[in-house]
Design a protein around this ligand. Structure first.
Ligand code: ADP
Ligand code: ZN
Ligand code: ZN
Length: 659
């Protein structure tokens, strides 16, 4: 009797065998409903075999093969096998996480009808700039697998390049996959894609979609939808005629999944392109150091757009305000205040960027030294004065703002430091006639709120925007001529060695909001370190120069991209068992015996306690990817045999971005 090898969503590195009389090899790639433990599960048929290695009486019959969808193809399995091998994730979990929830349920939900978005009016194509033409022609001239790094300053028209390349692929009957970091923040991109290809089927795939919509769009992709626009999970979408992948803002860390299977959608996308022998375009104004290094080594070919696309739009003038040399009130320097005032007088918009939401990062008592700590995390509770709450930004714990110090009863307790709410309130006092709009995750929680905020900004209905990185993402704000940056210095000396890279990217991006149309823009960065090389490079708009500095430092220090890392993390109710487990993993014979990989000492994580769990980690490093990849499977198998105390959980992350 035929045996089905089935991938199931369980944390084990094996497949499961089931009997099925009516199965044939043509059933590979279909879903199948099977008994598992005391329940039923839906899995995916990976192979149909003649016999099983398991004794016949242990093999249960499958309930039913589900043939309502076309079978998943060989390229889908090859992609999942790569991810499973590279990230050390079980193949079953890897395959099943790629499917929308509705397709994994033993009982299908009642189906509602699809609501198709109306096609917007078609948009005319602008004539390409010479740089854009050169980029499009270079990509079009190649066949087969080639990663392209499209390095283009903000406003240089990278999107137009993507659109032309997509157009070519569609003309040849192919499909295009466009990955973006956060789809809700960039409705303009979706609108532009739909507007350019009004006759084509464009579907989105991201985790904020309602379950039914996500399943519908996934099915549409498999059925041949022309363009799939999605976040990282879309990298697994079944696309039978995929001809091009675009990764926009490729440096953005949200392409890295932070739980479950910790894959980098950008890196998986590059692998997928190589598997299919198709081009992939990675676009950014501030590429990740890994990507830039790949450009320098010619593994990726680089295309540059150094001019803004609108003839009139120049890059904004970037300057620093030395806060040691001028009066500063409530964190705002005299110079910045004067610049805002000028904009108000001219009827132009200003944006004040402070990447910290809430009123103040902590509440403190000067009499006894009490500070508002989260009782579940190694972190402070943030003051939210708008609704008088203290909130933990890590675990979500919240409580009332106390009227007096909980330890000494002192009634004179103060918010310490400042966030966007405090800045908004203070600017309101300084400029009572100005319309101030705060834009952060507290003020804008849904896509419809976000669209309303964008409409207000575009309609000239706000004079001063106070916002976090939400506002930094790619938007054209034509009346915005001033960007002020507060609180940037903290990242210069952060313990996280990637912090300066992220700061540079963030400031470049937020600077890119100023002066998009015919009004010249100005960016003023407040700092106590005006001579820091990061600010120097920003003032010169010199990403390549700063990248060179950073890469030299990384090479010197032996950090990525000149080293390859993985991290083993453990969490438990107490720190001791977590660290003990890591120490045991480090002392395993496979770890001790190997020569090419360095295992560091187990240490508590930077956020050592999260939601009442103590967390430790062990960094693993190698000078080549090959050496690291050769080591990890053996080590992981040995770790899986360690007997762990109840309540301890661990995972392995490859290419971690955060520690
Ligand atoms: P980027 O993604 O590189 O920041 P965009 O693709 O958003 O830049 O382009 C910036 C602006 O320039 C947009 O308003 C876009 O419509 C416009 N644009 C792009 N290419 C051209 C072109 N060739 N001619 C005129 N305008 C263009
Ligand atoms: Zn006190
Ligand atoms: Zn907490």
């Amino acid at each position: 009797m035929p045996i089905l090898r089935v991938a199931l969503d369980v944390p084990l590195h094996r497949l499961f065998d089931y009997r099925c009389d009516e199965a044939s090899p043509a059933d590979v790639g279909y879903r199948v409903r099977v008994p598992f433990g005391r329940r039923d599960k839906v899995g995916v048929i990976v192979a149909v075999a003649e016999s099983s290695d398991w004794p016949g009486d242990q093999i249960k019959p499958a309930h039913a093969i589900l043939r309502d969808l076309p079978p998943l193809g060989a390229d889908f399995f090859a992609l999942c096998e790569f991810v499973s091998g590279y990230y050390q994730s079980p193949l079953g979990e890897t395959i099943l996480q790629a499917l929308p929830a509705g397709l994994k349920r033993p009982l299908p939900p009642a189906r509602r009808n699809a609501r198709r978005p109306k096609a917007p009016p078609a948009q005319a194509q602008p004539e390409l700039t010479p740089e854009q033409s050169a980029a499009v022609e270079a990509v079009a001239a190649e066949t087969g697998f080639q990663p392209w790094l499209l390095y283009g300053v903000t406003g240089s028209g990278k999107t137009e390049v993507y659109l032309r390349l997509i157009e070519r692929v569609l003309a040849g009957g192919g499909q295009a996959l466009v990955l973006v970091p956060e789809i809700n923040l960039t409705p303009q991109l979706e609108a532009r894609v739909r507007g350019r290809f009004p006759g084509a089927e464009v579907v989105t795939l991201h985790s904020d979609l309602a379950e039914a919509a996500r399943e519908r769009n996934w099915r549409a992709a498999q059925a041949g939808a022309a363009i799939v626009l999605g976040t990282r999970l879309a990298v697994f979408a079944p696309l039978p005629r995929l001809g091009l992948i675009v990764v926009d803002e490729e440096h953005d860390s949200s392409f890295k999944q932070q739980d479950g299977i910790r894959y980098s959608a950008r890196d998986v996308a590059v692998f997928r392109a190589s598997l299919l022998s198709i081009p992939i375009v990675l676009g950014s104004a501030t590429p990740a150091m890994e990507t830039w290094a790949n450009g320098l080594s010619r593994r990726y070919r680089r295309l540059s757009l150094e001019q803004r696309a609108h003839a009139a739009a120049r890059l904004p003038a970037i300057g620093v305000l030395d806060t040691r040399r001028q009066a500063v009130r409530e964190g705002v320097s005299e110079g910045l205040l004067a610049a805002i005032k000028t904009r108000l007088e001219r009827g132009e918009q200003s944006l004040i960027f402070l990447n910290r939401r809430g009123y103040a990062p902590v509440l403190a008592c000067a009499a006894c030294g009490w500070v508002s700590r989260c009782r579940r995390c190694a972190a402070n509770l943030v003051v939210h004065l708008a609704d008088r709450r203290l909130r933990c930004h890590h675990c979500g714990f919240e409580t009332q703002v106390p009227k007096a110090c909980p330890t000494c009863g002192n009634q004179d307790i103060h918010p310490f430091g400042r966030g966007t709410q405090r800045l908004e309130a203070w600017l309101g006092e300084q400029f009572p006639a100005a319309r101030i709009l705060r834009v952060d995750r507290d003020a804008v929680k849904s896509r419809s709120q976000w669209e309303a905020v964008l409409a207000r900004i575009h309609g000239g209905d706000a004079d001063i925007l106070v916002g976090t990185q939400m506002l930094a993402k790619g938007h054209d704000f034509p009346r915005l001529t001033l960007v002020g940056v507060l609180g940037a210095d903290a990242a210069l000396f952060a313990a996280d060695w990637r912090a300066p890279e992220r700061l540079f990217a963030q400031l470049m991006q937020v600077a890119g909001r100023a002066g998009r149309a015919d009004l010249p823009g100005e960016v003023l960065i407040q700092t106590q370190y005006p001579d820091h090389p990061l600010y120097g490079a920003l003032v010169r708009h010199d990403y390549p120069g700063y990248a060179e500095t950073l890469l030299a430092e990384r090479r010197q220090a032996g950090f990525p991209p000149y080293a390859y890392q993985a991290v083993l993390r453990a969490e438990a109710g107490e720190m001791v068992p977590a660290i003990d487990f890591l120490a045991t993993a480090r002392a395993l014979p496979v770890a001790v015996a190997q020569r090419e990989v360095t295992l560091f000492d187990p240490v508590p994580m930077r956020l050592s306690r999260l939601a009442n769990r103590e967390r430790g980690q062990l960094l693993v490093e190698a000078v080549s990817r090959r050496a690291l990849q050769a080591f990890l499977p053996h080590w992981r198998e040995a770790i899986e045999r360690i007997r762990v105390p109840a309540g301890l959980r661990w995972h392995l992350e490859v290419d971690p971005l955060e520690f």
